[in-house]
Every structure is written in structure tokens, then in C-alpha cells.
Design a protein around this ligand. Sequence first.
Ligand code: ZN
Length: 655
Amino acid sequence: MKNLWNDEDAKSCDSELALRVYSSRLLGQEPELVMHGGGNTSVKIEEKNILGEMQHWLYVKGSGWDLATIEEGGFSPVELIHLQKLATLPSLSDPEMVNQLKTHMSIASAPTPSVEAILHAILPFKYVDHTHADALITVTNTPRGREFIQQIYGDEVVVIPYCMPGFDLARLCAIEFEKQANEKTIGMVLMNHGLFSFGPDAKSSYLRMIDLVNRAEEFIQSQGAWQLPVLPTMDRKLNRLELATFRKALSQHLQHAVILDSRSSDLGNYFARHPEVARLSQQGPLTPDHVIRTKRIPMLGRDICAYAKDYENYFQRESTKLADQKHMLDTLARVILDKELGSLYIGKSASEAQIVRDIYEHTMQVILRSEQLEKYQALSAEDIFAVEYWDLEQAKLNNKSTPPVFAGEVVLITGGASGIGQACVQQFLQAGAAVASLDIDPHIEEKSHPAYFGLHCDITQDAQLQAALDKVVERFGGLDMLVLNAGIFPAGHAIADLPLADWHRVLDINLNANLQIMQCCFPLLKNAANYGRMVIVGSKNVPAPGPGAAAYSASKAALNQLARIASMEWGAEGIRVNSIHPDAVFDTAIWTQEVLQARAAFYNMSVEEYKTKNILKVEISSIDIANLVKSMCSPLFHKITGAQLCVDGGNQRTL
Ligand code: ZN
């Protein structure tokens, strides 16, 4: 574990809280310490209250914040002395604990303090850091874990047996710290959970965390358990239709479109084919808080109903042990281990699927190392269930706002690097879709993130197109919507002078490539999570062609005909096909100020008049087109197919 502390950077922090932000981010950027909102940190600060009296505050990470990106506003200031007094109560219910945290803050709008706030408060150090370090979990999640911890740290850490997070854990830590701490104590090990370090300043607390993690890593190395087995790279024959139909079945089971991420990893392929995959994978997650992302155990193979039945049994068995009534969560797996497909990850959105992937890729590594150390041993189903159905964990997921319109759905947009295509990419991302976009411009591959996948592709080249579609389906699981936008508008020629090569090139890109994309995507759209949709970006030239644009107009008119026929042929499969005809969209790369001025001068108009030469006298922008493309894919067009709409501000020739 690398020490990332930099004295120069630290010097620029002008307050105790700024230093807290600085070292929290150092922890947060290392996925082997914390992932996706895991871990928390705090600092105890003395400040005057509004009456001018000095008061002690615990600035602790607010829930919903991620250590990697936390800011000063992500820390909630809570009355320290009050928290310390709470820790002496014999018991405290979860709702009352949250109530106490929220009613003892100095800033009403601060986020809800971490459920581990009381634990931070009882540790008698200014700075406290808490991570779920992989190396530590590798050691604790073994039958001899307690003994290994003793070997690694001796009496330099306080050791806490597993206890569910919240008030009981804080109280147990208070008691054990009192008993076990000595002048050498620099940290605290929470079995099957994580690691605390602390110190009088941000640097010492951070360095102790790194030191404690390094000692665990060195121990694993000294036992010959660090090096993973050589992972064979396996060639997997990707079958797009097989994946899409599987995703459809998963979506139907959940009654919500899902992203199915089956990107191959050597670790996932190895683990899914491990002769003991059942024993290794069916015990439980590394730490209980992973359960809300990954479910307790992965699905082995592809029997969705059998997994659901097992989950129901687990729920029945465990819920009867609890006093209050629980409502069963959905029964769909989030991790799949399949002998042919390797490891697959499911989410109600691309970012959810990415979180599941990140967590489980770490999980497999830790399990294999624990096995090499001794044997992987997870917590009991009872302990995991308690966290899975813990109100405070559920609250993290229960976002009451309605999901975006395309949540879990996948759209493929051609020509997404600029102009209308780029505006469509933005619109679909905002509406919650996972967006794949093809473009001849290699810049399309920049700025990819979990929900956006840009692919450099010449759509007229079959091999490139097939490879791109494979990647899209591998990444997201299938296809729900197709937006055919890519096209070229070549320099004008009268028919008499039109070079044949130009004619063929325009037809190749604007028409023939689109036919091929349609042929490839039809089986995928047929197996969309809900129902398939296609939108064609046509042109005003379809209803109202102009002289000098023969190739362009003919190609768009033929494409329009293709779309009309597709609406008839594909309707029986529930696929809606609609067309949009833009006119005079000037906020694209080809319309530079010079070109605009030249065209306006040609018509004896000002640029402003030229841009708005339509019945409504309005300017049409890419975003107007993208908005309608999005609407055509939305429930608004649920019962409309074969429609053609002009977005041109009204034009006598297209009326
Ligand atoms: Zn924790």
C-alpha cells in the first residue's frame, strides 16, 4: 500500500477540516482501502458556538459522501460530548440514534452523520480514519483470523469481534478500547469488517493506516498467499443474441430493465470455472455492507427461478428470527458466475452494475488469497441478513424519487461525436439510459464512463461494425433503442456533374451502412428489456429536396422508405420506428461563422434572418432535435410508429 501523503499539498490546507478532507481523499482514491462510499473519517475540532462559548465538535463523514471526492461540506459537525455520553447508554434504537445525531449538529443542512459517528466520538484521538482494507479482510475472514491478527499486530491494536455496525458496535468498542488499549495502541481491528487508525494529527493517523495495511499485506506475502494463481486468458465466443435474451429474462424477472455487464476478466473467468466455485462463492460477502450491492451470494449458472427460490427460502428462514417484520427485497442476483460466460454483473443502471463489478472483482481476489492463507470463511447468513435488512442500510438505497425514464435501458447512437448525435448522447444520458455511440471520429472514445461507451467505428466496414456491436452488448447486455443519425452532406453537384464515386460514397454511409446496422440490431431490439425502438434522423430534403443535393436527398429518401417498411415489418415484434426530419440546424461543426455569413449573403439576409427563415421565425438547434428523438423513444410515443415529424419551425414546402 503506497503512502500518498505529500507535505507540500498538506501545507496548502489552511484548517484542521481542510486537512481532514485532504487525507480522506488519499484513502478514498485507493480501491484496496475503500470502495464506493465505504469507510469513514472524522476530526474533533474546538470551535466557538453562536454565544461565543468554546465547544467540542466531531466533524464526521456524512452519509452519501464518498471519501474519494469528499469536500468540507461532506462532514457533519456533531456535539462531541453528547455523542460520548450516548455511548454509555445500555442501548439505543437505530431511529433514536439517527435522531440524536441529527438534532445535535451545528449546521442544520449538513448531511446525516455516518452511523459510525458514536464510534468515532469515543476514540480519544483528534483524527480517526476507518477503511475496509482488502488485506485486513483477507486475514480476518479465515478460521484462524484472530490468531493471525495477533501475530501481525501484537498488542498495538485493539481487536473487536464481529458486531453489527451502529450503536452496539460503538458501545462494544468503547468497552474493549478501555480494556485493551495501551500506550502503544495505534489502531483497532474490527473482525470481518475493517480497520481503524487514529492519531493527534491527520498525517500520523493516515500513516498509521498505511502502516497497518502494509503489515497485513506483508504477512500474507510471508505466508506465500499473496501471489494469485496464474490466470489463463480465455477466448470467449461472444453470442450477442444469447446475452440479449438472457438480459431480457433477467429484466422481466425484476420487472425493471437491467444492465448486464459481461466484460471478460481473467479473474472472473478463472473464478467461475474454479472446481470449488460453489464452496468459495456461496458463503457470503467480504464485509456485510457489500450485501446491499451484490446480494449475499452470486448465482451459479443461469437458472433465475432457482436462485429466486433459494433467496425466498433464505428470507423466510432469517426473517423469522427477527422481532420486527421485514419486506422481502427483489430476488434477482447481482453477480452471476457461469462456466461459459465467466463473471457477469447486474444493475438497474450502468453505474450500479459498475459498482457490483468493482466490489466483486475485489471479492474474488480476497477469497482466493484467504484460501491460500488458510481457508475463506465469511460471516453467517444471519449476520449478513441483519445488515441486508437493516433499516439504516436500506435507507441508502431507498431513493424515493421516480427513476429516470430510460433507467436500465440501452441506446445505440451513430455519429455521436458532434452535432445532433452528440446532443442525443447528452439527452439519453440525462434520461438515465446507458449510451453507446459509434463515430468515425476517434475522439468519440474520450470521456467514457460507466453509462457512456464511445466506440471509434467506420460503419461502412463490416468487421468494425460487428466488433463494435459485440463490445456494446458485452458491456451493457443488449439493446433497447437505436438512433440512426450518422450521415454525410457532401459538396453540392448538379446531377449532370455528379461524380459517381461521390454518389456511391454517400449511399454507402447514409443508406447501405444503416441497412446493415438495422439487420444486425433487429434481433437485439426484438429482445429488448421492455420493447425495441428505432429513430431515424432523416432530413427536410426528404419531403422538400433541393437542387444540387441529389446524392444526399436520394440517400435520405431511401433511408426514410427503409424506416417506413421497418415500422410495418417490425411492429409485430413491438418495435416502434419513427423518423425525424430536421432543417437548418446551424450549431454543428460544418456551419462555421464564415459559411453562415456566406449563405446569408447569398439570400441577401442577415445571419439572424437566415437562421430563422421559417414560419415561426425560430432558430432550430441540435438540442431541439435530440429532445424529439428522446421523446420518440419515451412512453409519449408508446402507441406511435411509422411517424415522420419535421423539426423546422414550419416550412411551406414541408407542410
Ligand atoms: Zn465500516
